[in-house]
Design a protein. Structure first.
Length: 495
């Protein structure tokens, strides 16, 4: 097929055979046509459209920004609330919320800070708190709630020596910054130097007590009732105040079974007793004596004295009186008058000290009824009689009932010499020479005749006789015997 020709195929062939190509007839060149106008202004139109679109977007963004809100949290006087705001600054937020701020109110962050999402605005309105400093109370307007910040804002310096009371609770300096509740009452009393002149010398204390009494109490300085203080305890404390304490004597007093410790400014023990309310009555006395001067730590004993007067009656024993009668035979006795006891009244004074008897004394003795003596009449008439002895009859003038014992040289450790120098053997007897004088001969049945030539210490009231023996013929005696006193009659014989 020649160039420039276009084969026509049947329509069905074209549709059913994809390999069939459509041959176009060659085109003939045409002369150029004139350029359309819209193509000339098209670039300008595109530029104008772009600028318009940018303006529309900017406007849309501006409108969107004007309609967009920011979440913030506002804490007003401790109560928090969340808000959505279109405000640009903190001041705008406060204004939009209609919150009126005073000149002393506090806002954080500052009013000119821009608003940011999630921002927390804290507004503390100023309120009046009671601030007392060293006894002077003022009403302080402040938005602050913490006591440490309040004191700092008020330019009040405090230390651990000062007394700080927050809403009735005493706190130390380290606790101020940790105080969580809003303060309503704040009391500060600065410590002042107080000079104390006491028994142990002069020393200075730092005190927050309002009066001298409170200062001494806070410092743990005890005052006793009898102590003296140079100034009144209710005197307000001022800086460098001088206080002198006159200590009383400490005295221990034991009285009426009780021991007390007291103090006194007195000079004598009597003053101490008076201060302690202890009275001496009657014969009471003290150890040491009540007029003695007081000494520190002295112990005083009060002795309670009581006297009792006892009246008693006692019998007065009668006496036995012997009267000689030469009409009666020797050694015979007759009671010629019976004795009768008398009666006397005795007044005795008994002294008790602290309930214990310490002495008795007789104040008076009066005879109510005198005694009557017993009178015994004894005979003095000597009658000579005879007694049969192994050596024959012997004359005797008296018979005595004596207790007889016996002795011999061996019982005396071998000593056989009597008090009169005679040799101890049978026939030598010992007796009380006031009853039977030396040289008196006696007869004792069963022993025989004996010569009083020895003696011994008194025994049995003198009514005894000791019968002598040698060692070879010794016999034991122990019992009463009748002793016949042989003539001649001796003047020394006891009636």
């Amino acid at each position: 097929m020649s160039p420039g020709c276009r084969r026509r195929s049947r329509p069905e062939q074209i549709e059913n055979n994809p390999a069939v190509f459509i041959l176009m007839e060659p085109t003939r060149p045409h002369p150029p046509s004139p350029r359309p106008m819209w193509r000339v202004f098209l670039p300008y139109l595109v530029i104008a459209a772009v600028l318009t679109l940018v303006g529309v977007i900017a406007f849309v963004l501006l409108v969107a920004s004007l309609l967009q809100t920011t979440p913030v949290t506002v804490v007003l006087d401790g109560e928090a609330a969340q808000y959505e705001t279109r405000a640009a600054t903190v001041a705008d937020v406060v204004e939009d919320l209609g919150i009126a701020l005073g000149s002393r109110d506090l806002i954080e962050p500052s009013p000119d800070n821009p608003v940011e999402a999630g921002m927390v605005l804290r507004i503390n309105r100023a309120r009046a708190i009671s601030l007392t400093v060293d006894g002077l109370t003022t009403a302080l307007w402040t938005p602050l709630t913490n006591p440490a910040e309040i004191l700092e804002s008020a330019n009040i310096q405090v230390s651990d020596l000062d007394r700080i009371v927050v809403d009735g609770t005493r706190v130390n300096v380290s606790e101020l910054s940790r105080w969580s509740a809003p303060v309503t009452r704040l009391n500060v009393r600065h410590a002042l130097p107080l000079h104390i002149n006491d028994a142990d010398g002069r020393h200075t204390i730092q005190t927050t007590g309002e009066t001298v009494g409170e200062a001494l109490f806070e410092a743990g300085i005890p005052l006793y009732l009898a102590d003296g203080v140079s100034i009144d305890l209710n005197t307000p404390v001022t800086a460098n105040l001088e206080v002198e304490i006159q200590r009383a004597f400490q005295v221990t007093i034991s009285a009426d079974g009780t021991t007390i410790e007291t103090r006194t400014q007195g000079e004598t023990i009597a003053d101490a007793l008076a201060d302690a309310g202890i009275a001496l009555m009657g014969l009471d006395y003290t150890i040491p004596a009540e007029d003695q001067p007081l000494q520190p730590d002295m112990h005083v004993r009060v002795v309670r004295v009581k006297e009792e007067v006892i009246t008693e009656t006692e019998p007065i024993p009668f006496e036995t009186v012997y009267q000689a009668d030469d009409t009666l035979e020797l050694d015979q006795q007759v009671v010629t008058q019976e004795g009768q006891a008398g009666l006397q009244r005795i007044i005795t004074r008994v002294r008790y000290e602290d309930g214990v008897e310490v002495s008795r004394s007789t104040d008076d003795v009066a005879v109510i009824r005198p005694p009557i003596d017993r009178i015994i009449t004894h005979g003095t008439n000597v009658v000579i009689r005879t007694v049969e002895t192994p050596q024959g009859p012997r004359s005797y003038w008296r018979v005595l009932r004596l207790y007889a014992t016996s002795y011999h040289p061996a019982a005396l450790g071998g000593d056989n010499v009597t008090a009169t120098g005679r040799t101890l053997q049978h026939g030598i007897v010992a007796a009380d020479t006031s009853v039977l004088p030396f040289g008196t001969e006696v007869y004792i049945e069963g022993y025989g005749i004996g010569l009083v030539a020895d003696t011994a210490p008194p025994r049995m009231g003198g009514m005894w006789i000791d019968l002598g023996y040698s060692d070879e013929d010794y016999q034991h005696w122990a019992g009463y015997v009748d002793v016949y006193v042989l003539t001649p009659v001796t003047d020394e014989a006891s009636p």
